[in-house]
Design a protein around this ligand. Sequence first.
Ligand code: GN1
Ligand code: CA
Ligand code: CA
Length: 128
Amino acid sequence: KILLFHGGKKSGEKIVVTNGQEETFENAQKTCREAGGKLATPKNAAENIAVQEILQTKGDTAKSYLGISDIQVEGIFKYLGGEKISFTNWNLGEPNNSKDKEDCVEIQDNGKWNDIPCSLLRLVICEF
Ligand code: GN1
Ligand code: CA
Ligand code: CA
C-alpha cells in the first residue's frame, strides 16, 4: 500500500495522523476508510490529547471531524459503528444543534468538542 500519511501520534494501540486536507464529514470518512483506518475517535483523555497535538502542529486554529455523529437520532451521539459514545469532551454549552442542523462533531485545538454541520470542511485526521 502506498504511504499516504506521516507525522502520526501514538496513544496506546492507536495511531492518529492527518493527510493535511480539509474535507466534509462524508469525504473525510471515505478518505480514512480507503486508507484502511477510520475517522479519529478518541475514547479517553490520552487519545483526545493525541488528536489535539496534531491540530496544534497545523496552527491557524485547525479543527477536525471525529468519528461521531447524531445523524440517526437527534441528540444521541454514536460512534460510526453504531454504539453510544462513552467518552466526551464537549465545550461548555455544546452540543447545541445550532440552527437545528449540527449532527457532526469537530475537535478544536484546545481539545474541546463542538457539534457542527456535516458539510463544513475540516482537517482529516484518521486513526489506525
Ligand atoms: C457557532 O456561529 P454561531 O454562533 O451560530 C458554531 C456552533 C457553536 C456556537 C457556539 C458552524 O455557531 O456550532 O455551537 O458557535 N457554528 C459553527 O457559540 O461553527
Ligand atoms: Ca444534532
Ligand atoms: Ca454546536
